[in-house]
Design a protein around this ligand. Structure first.
Ligand SMILES: Cc1cc2nc3c(=O)[nH]c(=O)nc-3n(C[C@H](O)[C@H](O)[C@H](O)COP(=O)(O)OP(=O)(O)OC[C@H]3O[C@@H](n4cnc5c(N)ncnc54)[C@H](O)[C@@H]3O)c2cc1C
Length: 376
């Protein structure tokens, strides 16, 4: 007698880097995996990057298009950071997170329950667990925006001033007035002869528009002797950096699950690094909201939100001082603030260090922002 087909172990909704990494690691553990996405064959376009020391060992390094040891920063005088930065070859990253053994469903999920997903066309899909990896919601106050152009190395060289990259360049040659929202130049090699030069509004509520960022980038590049050729390939960035749900309240993963750092906008490395822990907990039936949100991670998340409030209050006149204070802090504290999800002590130490190193006027801005209630 034919019975009901067995329930998939897990349905993962969303096939961005987070959902795909989780599906990939679940399949390697032998789980029966169902994945749902509006557009499962979409080829990822963004230029994703991460710190090398954040990447899990299992990740095939062929996914890295370029490694940047000692990336440069400039807020006061130029300096280098003692970490290696990696820019992914996005297509390779997508393809090595192989999900060919999953059941793939194309469709828009309109309702997610703990063990079922309802699609727009009325189909109901059941699974033992449902994980929401649909990326950040489109609403949300604080966003990151950027406008970038890709140039060959020789054309980009004057912007780099002899360096291989700018992780952050706050040099004031982008035409912004001191009272305006700040933006910086992010410049990284994305291949042997390709450099991305991107004017970035780290966070804003509302953020700088892509139009303003384009004007600032062209102004900055022109000041450095670069005219962007017509038809140059561009990248536009615009996404919400704030977590959309309370941490650990549902089985959500990736940007949807609050893994996005609200002070940097990064989530890809955190999602890759946590995919194994999440897949192990799904396999042995112990998964819960705490799997990726143990208490120290929730404490760090609250500290990062205080950091976000400070960033939102910076203007062009004091952003350089703020980042100079950050980049002259002890490297272990910088690393903890940027990358450690559960190191409350060092995250606090990094914040205290920035405060101590800040000029008095900036200290007022920091105190006011930290003790202000966040307006979503
Ligand atoms: C241009 C750009 C550059 C970035 N660069 C970096 C970087 O260098 N490093 C970094 O860490 N982060 C970066 N980010 C930010 C962030 O990490 C990315 O947005 C990342 O893609 C988040 O991954 P995710 O898998 O959580 O969500 P997403 O990549 O947003 O994936 C969500 C998936 O869910 C699908 N989906 C959404 N709603 C539904 C639905 N209702 N039903 C079915 N499917 C649905 C979408 O089609 C999509 O495939 C960048 C973002 C942008 C836009």
């Amino acid at each position: 007698m034919a019975g009901e087909p067995p329930l998939p172990d897990v349905a993962i909704v969303g096939l961005g880097p987070a959902g795909r990494a989780l599906a990939h690691r679940c399949l390697l553990r032998g789980l029966d995996v169902l994945v749902v996405d509006n557009s499962p064959d979409r080829v990822w376009a963004p230029t994703y990057a991460a710190w090398e020391d954040e990447l899990p060992e299992w990740l095939d390094r062929s996914s890295v298009a370029s490694r940047v040891p000692y990336p440069a920063v400039r807020a006061g005088r130029p300096r280098t950071l003692g970490r290696t930065y990696c820019v992914f070859d996005t297509r390779t990253l997508q393809s090595i997170l192989n999900i060919s053994k999953a059941h793939i469903v194309a469709g828009r999920a309109v309702l997610l329950a703990t063990d079922a997903v309802v699609l727009e066309n009325g189909t109901v899909l059941h699974a033992r667990y449902v994980v929401d990896a649909r990326g950040t919601e489109t609403r949300g106050a604080a966003r990151q925006t950027a406008y970038g152009v890709f140039l060959d190395r020789a054309s980009a060289a004057p912007a780099l001033e002899g360096r291989t990259s700018w992780f952050m360049d706050w040099q004031g040659d982008n035409g912004a007035d001191s009272s305006e929202q700040p933006s910086f130049l992010y410049a990284v090699p994305t291949g042997p002869d390709r450099v991305l030069l991107e004017e970035t509004c780290l966070v804003g509520s509302p953020p700088l528009s892509v139009r303003v960022l384009r004007e600032r980038l062209l102004h900055r590049l022109e000041a450095r002797g670069i005219t962007v050729p017509d038809g140059a390939e561009i990248e536009v960035v615009n996404f919400v950096v704030e977590p959309s749900a309370r941490h650990g309240k549902s089985l959500a993963f990736g940007a949807r699950g609050g893994l996005i750092h609200p002070g940097t906008g990064y989530s890809v490395a955190a999602s890759l690094a946590l995919a194994d822990r999440m897949s192990a907990a799904l396999a042995d039936g112990t998964v819960s909201g705490s799997t990726v949100w143990p208490l120290p991670a929730r404490a760090v998340a609250a500290l990062r939100m205080a950091g976000l409030r400070v960033l939102l209050d910076l203007d062009t006149s004091n952003a350089g001082d703020f980042f100079e204070a950050f980049f002259t802090s002890p490297p272990g504290q910088q690393r903890a603030y940027l990358s450690s999800r559960a190191d409350t002590r060092r995250t606090l130490a990094a914040m205290w260090s920035v405060f101590r190193r800040s000029p008095t006027r900036l200290r007022y801005t920091i105190v006011r922002a930290v003790f202000r209630r966040h307006r979503p």
